[in-house]
Design a protein around this ligand. Structure first.
Ligand SMILES: CC(C)(COP(=O)(O)OP(=O)(O)OC[C@H]1O[C@@H](n2cnc3c(N)ncnc32)[C@H](O)[C@@H]1OP(=O)(O)O)[C@@H](O)C(=O)NCCC(=O)NCCS
Length: 175
């Protein structure tokens, strides 16, 4: 497992599915990821888990604080040849949002991505209206790489999506 100042990042286990399914009930937080929420039954989440059990294209982590599962984060290795991997995070436990656990988890994940897994670039997309996420990513050193105008439908209207990225040399310069 990977340790931050306050969070632990560890592998997803089959037993986590029920907890994660419960967290999906916090629709407002889930919607912030990409504007999407579907009433998935637990059985569908379990099937998804089984399907991706040995998926080399993803590195998924549970984020835990003092034994409480607060969400997940991970990398999706869609561009291995380019050394570029996509990052995503969702803290879906309402009592743990806005308290700095996200940046703590992201710092640990970035160190692992750049200095253990030898990725060269980490990128992400976020709804331009997701101010908390934007602020967190900017403070961590992600820079805006592009704006997809009216890319997503969120809360009844089309909103821009920002692509942000960080190069390993930029991350190293900040350490
Ligand atoms: C985005 C996310 C990872 C950020 O992690 P977090 O631990 O909540 O972030 P922080 O508490 O450090 O807050 C980040 C910054 O936003 C500010 N902030 C907190 N709540 C805010 C709000 N409602 N609106 C605007 N800014 C807010 C904080 O003050 C902080 O800035 P500061 O460091 O200058 O004080 C987490 O909130 C999350 O997963 N949210 C739900 C799903 C989501 O949005 N996922 C990201 C999809 S791209």
């Amino acid at each position: 497992m990977l340790r931050g100042e306050r969070v632990i990042l560890r592998a997803f286990e089959r037993d986590d599915m029920k907890t994660l399914h419960e967290l999906q009930k916090n629709v407002d937080l889930v919607l912030l990821s990409d504007g999407e929420w579907e009433p998935w039954p637990l059985a569908a989440s379990e099937k998804h888990f089984e399907k991706h059990l040995e998926d080399q294209e993803r590195s998924g982590f549970i984020i835990e604080v003092d034994g409480v599962v607060i969400g997940g984060c991970g990398l999706h290795h869609s561009h291995r040849r380019d050394g570029s991997t996509q990052f995503g995070i969702g803290i879906h436990h309402p009592e743990y949002v806005g308290k700095g656990y996200g940046p703590d988890a992201i710092r640990v994940l970035l160190r692992w991505a750049f200095h253990v897994q030898n990725w060269r670039r980490v990128w992400l997309t976020t709804l331009a209206c997701n101010e908390r996420a934007l602020r967190a990513y900017q403070k961590l050193g992600f820079v805006e790489e592009g704006r997809l105008r009216e890319e997503s439908f969120f809360d009844g209207k089309y909103v821009d999506v920002l692509q942000m990225g960080m190069l390993r040399r930029e991350w190293e310069a900040r350490q």
